[in-house]
Design a binder for this molecule. Structure first.
Ligand code: HEM
Length: 410
């Protein structure tokens, strides 16, 4: 592109990336971004292919830092961070081994069993939050609900939630942001602390099992030591400790914002809660909590219109742009909770790496909104300027202020 409009750390882009998505998608299927040193894929059909074609694209870079670490931070990580690639950044055939055992441990039964726990956590949070007439939905529910649920799943004590969440948030800054050297060092120290915390948790569970995901993975290892190593179990637990809540916090925040911005659709959902699941899918499509993901090209790939991604290139797949591609979705810039086929969005990825936690994220969102509409159908968006963290992949406002108009409540 002659003058590239893609500046993923600019204030305009962070506030609203969709005009940029529309412009790059219109112009080309893929372009090189100087700023990121990555090839950026813009359209649904190509994004779908890049995410699912494991012969032409590797997923090995999906957790890499965006910029190389400075030497001091690198040293801290070399000494204290024992993470090994598991699932999201592992290619076939090894990926299948780890994924299979994780599917067993993260079974449909385990997710379904979480339903009463999620409902209870959501209810308690809502009771506290709705005591006020003006409140921040992110601090009141979208942040604490997913982290408490993931802690229940992996077996971390809930009293450690804020500490662990802080370490995980730091890791996202390295993976998807551009911190300066002193921040890199602080992040590296926190990543080492997170690793240490997860290792100790796995060691504790080796001698003291519980009905949790970590214990289920250790049972698999006890039955067959070749199945999965202790380092892999620790890495999976650490990955879930991050993937399992940041993304869902953002889903809850984005969906709430969209519903509050469309009071007619919010009223429909309140009148008929069976509309919630499709409203959640539409929120995932319309403003995804993961709006870009990464791959690496194994060969030269010709996407047409002169866009050739060279072998070895790092690739950024714009999931958020693909979800607004008119070639795939009618009237894509309209938020419509009744949209048929909303679920075809790419927000959970595609192919062998399709998000393992999608059923849990969907369940959390459904239960949170079911409980919310029962208590507060009179919600309104408060006047505010939304603020989004400067990272290229995860998207959700840091705060979302809502008010109540109690005389509206029937
Ligand atoms: C709205 C919430 C979520 C979104 C938008 C999301 C999005 C994604 C995306 C885009 C991928 C990469 C897919 C690919 O490479 O093709 C992924 C993978 C993954 N997600 Fe999620 N995720 C969410 C929630 C969760 C939760 C709650 C968990 C766990 C409790 C989780 C665990 C994972 C795991 C383990 C993978 C790697 C799967 C593999 O490589 O086989 N995610 N997710």
């Amino acid at each position: 592109m002659s003058t590239c409009p893609f500046h993923p750390f600019s204030a305009e882009y962070l506030a609203d990336p969709y005009p940029t998505f529309a412009s790059v998608r219109e112009e080309t299927p893929a372009f090189y971004s100087d700023e990121l040193d990555m090839w950026v894929v813009t359209r649904y059909r190509d994004a779908s292919m890049v995410m699912s074609d494991t012969e032409q694209f590797s997923a090995s870079n999906s957790q890499d830092p965006l910029l190389p670490f400075c030497p001091e931070a690198g040293k801290v990580l070399a000494e204290g961070f024992g993470y090994t690639p598991v699932m999201t950044n592992l290619d076939p055939p090894e990926h299948a081994r780890i994924r299979r055992h994780n599917m067993t441990a993260f079974s449909t039964r385990r997710v379904a069993n979480l339903e009463p726990v999620i409902r209870e956590i959501a209810t308690n949070l809502l009771d506290d939050m709705l005591a006020e007439d003006r409140f921040d939905w992110v601090a009141g529910l979208a942040y604490p609900l997913p982290i408490n649920v993931i802690f229940e799943l992996v077996g971390f004590p809930s009293s450690d939630a804020d500490m662990v969440k802080g370490w995980g948030g730091d890791r996202l800054t390295i993976m998807f942001g551009h911190p300066d050297e002193s921040e890199q060092l602080r992040v590296a120290q926190n990543m080492a602390a997170l690793w240490q915390y997860c290792s100790e948790h796995v060691q504790r569970r080796k001698v003291d099992r519980a009905d949790d995901f970590t214990s289920a993975l250790l049972d698999i290892r006890d039955a067959d030591h070749e199945a999965i190593s202790e380092t892999e179990i620790t890495s999976v637990v650490m990955g879930l400790g991050i993937a399992g809540h940041e993304t869902t916090t953002n889903l809850l925040a984005n969906a709430m914002r969209l519903l509050a911005e469309h009071p007619d659709q919010w009223a429909e959902v309140c009148a008929d809660p069976s509309l919630i699941p499709n409203a959640v899918e539409e929120a995932l499509r319309f403003d995804s909590s993961v709006n870009a993901w990464r791959r690496k090209a194994r060969t030269d790939i010709d996407l047409g219109e002169g866009a050739v991604i060279p072998e070895g290139a790092r690739v950024l797949v714009l999931l958020g742009s693909s979800n607004r591609d008119a070639a795939e979705f009618d009237d894509p810039d309209r938020f419509d909770i009744h949209r048929s086929g909303a679920r075809r969005h790419l927000s959970f990825g595609k192919g062998i790496h399709y998000c393992l936690g999608a059923p849990l994220a969907r369940l959390e969102a459904r239960l949170a909104f079911e409980e919310l509409i029962r208590r507060a159908p009179d919600l309104r968006l408060d006047d505010q300027q939304l603020d989004y963290p400067p990272i290229i992949s995860f998207r959700g406002p840091r705060q979302l202020w809502l008010t109540r108009n109690r005389q509206d409540t029937p």
